[in-house]
Design a protein around this ligand. Structure first.
Ligand SMILES: Cc1cc2nc3c(=O)[nH]c(=O)nc-3n(C[C@H](O)[C@H](O)[C@H](O)COP(=O)(O)OP(=O)(O)OC[C@H]3O[C@@H](n4cnc5c(N)ncnc54)[C@H](O)[C@@H]3O)c2cc1C
Length: 471
C-alpha cells in the first residue's frame, strides 16, 4: 500500500470524485470501502420483492447531473442513461389540487395566478446566472468570480425560506411550491439560509430538470468506477479502516463524517482541532420507506402522475409546522413527505406493470419512531387507494440507516446540520475546511462544503487542495 500516492477511505460519490480527480492528475490512488458494495448512500438494491429495484439512499440526482465535475466526465460513453420525468417536481395541495415546477420558468409561473409576475421576477435572473455562479456556490467560501450575480443569489438565499416566500409571494400555492423545495434543507423554514436549498433545487429543476439514472442510482456509481479503473485506479471493498497503519500512503482523504474520523486510531489531530471536530453538529434524521406496488400511485391530480418527485404536504402552514417540530424533538401528525416514483419513467426497475415508490419524512436526530402510518396517510390523502396498491414495504429508521451506511449519523442524510453556522464552514471554520490539523490528512465527505447531495464536489474540492499542497 506504500506504493499509493493517495488512499481514499469511503466510496461515496465524494470519495469516488476525489479519487478520479487525483487519478486524472497522474497519481496512483486506491479507494477503500467498508461495505461489500461501493457507492455509500448512492446504492440500488432489492429491498422488498425479487426483481423490484429500490434506491436505498439517494434517488433523484439533479445535483449529479448539474455537477461541474461530473458533467465533464464521459459518463454517457460508459453507459449512463439519464431519465427525465416530464415534470421535475410537484407539490400537493388540498382537495386533490397540486402545483408543478416545470422545467420552463414561465410555464411554472403561469400556474401561480397572482404570483405569476413575482415568480418570473425571482427565478428568471437566477436561472440565467446559474452557470456563472454554480462553481462559487459548490466550492469553499472565497472571492466569487461574478460578485454581483453571486450577491444577487446570496441576498435571497441567506434568508429564511419563510421570509423569502412571504416577501415574494401572496398565494399559498406559490408559497407551498417553494416550501416543498426548501424543506429539503431539513431545517425549520424560519432558519437563516433555509431559502438557499429551495432556490438551488428549483434553479436546477428549471435548468436541467430533476433526472435520475436508468436502473437506479447504482448505475452512476458503476460508470464512475468503470471510468476510474480505466484511469488506473484501484478499489478495495469489504475493508473497514479503523487505524491509520492500515493506510500508509503519502496522503489520505476520508469520505467520512467527523464522528467516525475521531474514532480512527492513529489520527493524531491537535487538541484544538479534535475539540472543534467534536463540536460538529449533526442534523435531523429521516424515516424512509420503499414500496413494491401493484400499480402506479393513484394520485387524484394528473400533475402528480407526471412528476418524478412529489412533495406531499397540503399547505405552507402544514409544511412549516412539520419541519419546525422536528427541531423540538417531535414528529408532526401530518409530516412533509418527499416521495419519488421512478418506475413510472423507468421500466427496468420492476416486473412488467408493477411499480416501486420511495419516500421519507424528517424525524428528530436518532429517532426510533415508526412513521409508516403517518407517511402512508399523507400519501393516501393525495392518492386515495394508495395503500391497497402496496405489495410489500421496507422501512428504515435512523438506526437502520446508520447500519446501512455509518456516515448517516443519527439518520442525518446530509453529513451534518446544514444551517448558517455550518454551511460553508463545515466541519470547522477554516480557510480550507478540507484540511485537517495533520497535513497529509483531508476530509472530503458531505461534512465539507457544499454539503449533502450527490454532486461529488466536496471530494473534488478536497482533492484539489491535497494536490496543491503535496504534488
Ligand atoms: C435516504 C437518503 C436519501 C437521499 N436522497 C438524496 C437524493 O435524492 N438526492 C441527492 O442528491 N442526495 C440525496 N441524499 C444525500 C446523498 O446521498 C449524500 O449526501 C451523499 O451520497 C453523500 O456522499 P459522500 O460521498 O459524502 O458519503 P457516503 O455516500 O455516505 O459514503 C461514505 C462511504 O464511506 C464508507 N465508510 C464509512 N466508514 C468507513 C471506514 N471506516 N472504512 C471504510 N469505509 C468507510 C461508507 O460505507 C460509505 O460507503 C440522500 C441520502 C439518504 C441517506
Amino acid at each position: 500500500m506504500q506504493d499509493y500516492d493517495a488512499v481514499i477511505v469511503g466510496s461515496g460519490t465524494n470519495g469516488i470524485a476525489a479519487a478520479i480527480y487525483l487519478q486524472q492528475k497522474g497519481l496512483k490512488t486506491l479507494i477503500i470501502e467498508a461495505k461489500p458494495e461501493p457507492g455509500g448512500a448512492t446504492k440500488t438494491g432489492e429491498l422488498t420483492l425479487p426483481d423490484f429495484q429500490h434506491d436505498i439512499g439517494s434517488a433523484v440526482l439533479p445535483m449529479a447531473y448539474s455537477s461541474p465535475f461530473f458533467e465533464k466526465l464521459p459518463l454517457e460513453k460508459y453507459g449512463l442513461k439519464w431519465i427525465f420525468p416530464e415534470i421535475p417536481f410537484v407539490q400537493t395541495l388540498e382537495n386533490g389540487d397540486a402545483v408543478a415546477c416545470y422545467q420552463d420558468v414561465a410555464k411554472t409561473a403561469s400556474d401561480l395566478g397572482e404570483d405569476e409576475k413575482a415568480y418570473n421576477k425571482l427565478m428568471k435572473p437566477l436561472v440565467k446566472d446559474w452557470s456563472k455562479i454554480v462553481n462559487d456556490i459548490l466550492g469553499p467560501l472565497g472571492i466569487p468570480e461574478h460578485p454581483i450575480k453571486f450577491m444577487n443569489f446570496g441576498r435571497h438565499a441567506l434568508l429564511p425560506a419563510k421570509t423569502l416566500a412571504n416577501l415574494t409571494f401572496k398565494t399559498s400555492k406559490a408559497k407551498s411550491l417553494f416550501y416543498g423545495a426548501a424543506a429539503h434543507s431539513t431545517l425549520p423554514l424560519t432558519n437563516l439560509a433555509s431559502a438557499s436549498f429551495g432556490l438551488v433545487l428549483t434553479i436546477m429543476a428549471h435548468q436541467n430538470g430533476w433526472p435520475f439514472p436508468e436502473k437506479g442510482v447504482s448505475s452512476l456509481i458503476n460508470v464512475l468506477l468503470a471510468y476510474y479503473k480505466d484511469l488506473g485506479g484501484t478499489v478495495l471493498l469489504n475493508k473497514t479502516i479503523t487505524k491509520t497503519s492500515q493506510i500508509p500512503s503519502k496522503i489520505q482523504l476520508f469520505d467520512l463524517t467527523p464522528k467516525q474520523l475521531l474514532e480512527i486510531e492513529g489520527l493524531d489531530f491537535s487538541t484544538t482541532y479534535r475539540k472543534r471536530l467534536s463540536n460538529f453538529n449533526y442534523g435531523s434524521g429521516v424515516f424512509k420507506i420503499d414500496w413494491a406496488l401493484d400499480e402506479p400511485i393513484p394520485f387524484l391530480n394528473e400533475k402528480c402522475r407526471k412528476a418524478g418527485t412529489i412533495h406531499v404536504g397540503f399547505s405552507p402552514e402544514e409544511i412549516e409546522v412539520s419541519e419546525k417540530v422536528i427541531s423540538e424533538g417531535k414528529i408532526s401528525e401530518k409530516p412533509y413527505v418527499l416521495l419519488v416514483q421512478p418506475s413510472i419513467f423507468d421500466s427496468t426497475r420492476t416486473p412488467e406493470n408493477k411499480h416501486t415508490a420511495w419516500a421519507y419524512c424528517h424525524v428528530p436526530h436518532g429517532s426510533k419512531e415508526d412513521c409508516t402510518d403517518l407517511i402512508e396517510q399523507q400519501i393516501e390523502k393525495a392518492a386515495p387507494g394508495f395503500k391497497k396498491t402496496i405489495l410489500k414495504r421496507s422501512v428504515m429508521n435512523t438506526a437502520q440507516l446508520e447500519i446501512f451506511n455509518p456516515n448517516i449519523v443519527g439518520g442525518d442524510i446530509n453529513g451534518g446540520r446544514q444551517d448558517i453556522t455550518q454551511l460553508f464552514t463545515r466541519p470547522v471554520a477554516k480557510i480550507s475546511p478540507y484540511k485537517t490539523s495533520i497535513d497529509t490528512v483531508y476530509i472530503c465527505s458531505s461534512s465539507t462544503p457544499p454539503g449533502g447531495g450527490v454532486h461529488g464536489m466536496g471530494g473534488v474540492n478536497a482533492a484539489k487542495q491535497a494536490m496543491k499542497d503535496h504534488f
